[in-house]
Design a protein around this ligand. Structure first.
Ligand code: PNS
Length: 165
């Protein structure tokens, strides 16, 4: 088991500046940060898992000790397969606290060695979510305040509605 490694799981559909801030802060706490994208066959995301990982890699190009992976099924199974025991999650609001606590408790019950550590989101990021980015972009709004600068144009282009013929 390695405690020098943490896993930051999520949908990242797409990565936001809030996610990036957490990745940067985790990279200063751990030797290695693995960003693990959930591939959920039952819930198709707006971006493919491959594209989400590509966007993550571009956004995190300046972070030396981060790597990217994807997983399917239970997070605890992924953690065990990687021999990892620290799950990192961000908390924005009280609502996050409730759902995240519940998830951490399930994970702790299923895999007693797996601990979830929370980082508080910066106050300026508490309203930012991937779903809001998708909605703003879909209707032609400016997503650049919410996603990392290195991917802002690409995300805007990919979310932009195609003109009807
Ligand atoms: O970015 P998200 O969508 O908030 O991330 C949620 C995620 C991927 C961390 C969570 O849904 C997850 O771990 N899913 C895998 C399935 C699982 O392990 N469920 C049991 C915990 S209730």
């Amino acid at each position: 088991m390695s405690e020098k490694l943490c896993v930051f799981p999520g949908s990242f559909d797409p990565v936001t500046i809030g996610h990036l801030d957490l990745i940067e802060r985790a990279s200063r706490l751990y030797d290695e940060v693995v960003v693990a994208v959930l591939h959920n066959p039952a819930k198709q995301g707006r971006f493919t898992v491959e594209k989400r990982m590509e966007l993550l890699a571009k956004a995190c190009a300046h972070v030396p000790n981060v790597s990217f992976d994807h997983f399917e099924g239970l997070l605890v199974d992924y953690m065990n397969a990687r021999n990892a025991r620290v799950v990192l999650r961000g908390l924005r609001t009280a609502r996050d606290f409730e759902t995240e606590c519940q998830m951490a408790q399930f994970n702790l019950q299923m895999a007693p060695g797996v601990e979830t550590l929370f980082l508080a989101a910066k106050p300026e990021h508490t309203h930012i979510s991937s779903s809001a980015v998708r909605e703003i972009g879909m209707f032609g709004g400016d997503v650049s305040p919410y996603v990392p600068a290195s991917i802002a144009q690409e995300v805007a282009r990919l979310l932009k509605p195609q003109p009807k013929r």
